[in-house]
Design a protein around this ligand. Sequence first.
Ligand SMILES: [Zn+2]
Length: 404
Amino acid sequence: MTKCRVCSNYIKPFFSLGDIPLVNLFLTKEGLKKKEAEYDLTVGFCNKCYLVQLMKTISPKDLFENYIYFSSTSQTIIDHSRSNAEYFTRRFNLNKKNLVVEIASNDGVQLDFFQQLGIRILGIDPAKNIAALANKKSIKTLPEFFNLALAKKLNKKGLRADLIFGANVLAHVPKIVDFVKGVRTLLKINGTAIFEFPYIRGLLENKFDTIYHEHVFYYSLIALRNLFESVDLELYDVDLVDMQGGSLRIYVSHPNSFKISKNVTKLVKKELDLGFNKLSTYNVLNKNINILKKDLIKLLNDIKTKNKHVAVYSAPAKGNILMNYFGIDSKLVDFIVDRAKEKQGLYTPGTHMQVFPVEKIYQEEPDYLLILCWNIYKEVIEQLKEYQKNGGKFIIPIPKIRII
Ligand SMILES: [Zn+2]
């Protein structure tokens, strides 16, 4: 029995991937000899505050201190960060007197754009290796976990933020109530905290590969409103953004600082119409994902039977979830490539395939590329025009299987 991390009600499981290794922990050749640790991945629903969350979690210390995900390897993220910095600066009239704090600032790709606009910045990221890299690029970054204690420490130094930003962090923090209390403490009275994270609607559209150990929470707007209300903060606006396969961007302030936008009331109504407050809505995931799994395996087997070859493009966390849960490994696909140098030469978690540089596609010329970073497939196809010109085809597995 697991209790809701926000309201302490018992949560009910509705979809399980079983035991899966940590999908961001790539292995060395030496590491392949040891038995890999696997952890249960089951999601459940709280019928009191509507929050969807993992039944079991792993200590964030084990997950994030040696992270190998670098934001700035993706052009989509760079472009999105630039447009965010410009938009927020305009919307909130930010200038050199204002302070923007980013939580989970990674290698500083977002803060760099704010800094270029002349605004004061501070990054916070627990991955010591990545924080060091950001500092080297003059993006001031504290190598720490953000929580209430850290917010109080920053307050004592006289720091309060006009804008707090966090992309893909709200879903990652098991002690979320302490985290949002920290946000309230660090946020100026007229300040705004903005968070972006994958929207739970994606789960119901087959985007199940966002379920991994780092993602403790899968948010609907109705659940988030309850969360922020519980610490005396107010969610006053929301946008849908086209990141990570469909994300929400929410705007949070101290109560009554801003007018509540119609966007909020509209989306709340839509969620209630879609049944985001009911367990039965989430149960459909089991049937849908099993159909997807069967279809993709059949496609890969058919290709193999015709003596054609498939390689895998990129090994993001979500891709490793798909490969592990669907059982896709070297028996079905020839090899795997990834642009991130940090992953090349290492082996994928669970499926143990060596990661090669992208150039291998041009040496081996596989007939198909299975794109596991399906959320940025257009960017990938653009980069691989030459491969496509030579007759190469792309398989996009999610939200439905497509061959391009
Ligand atoms: Zn709850």
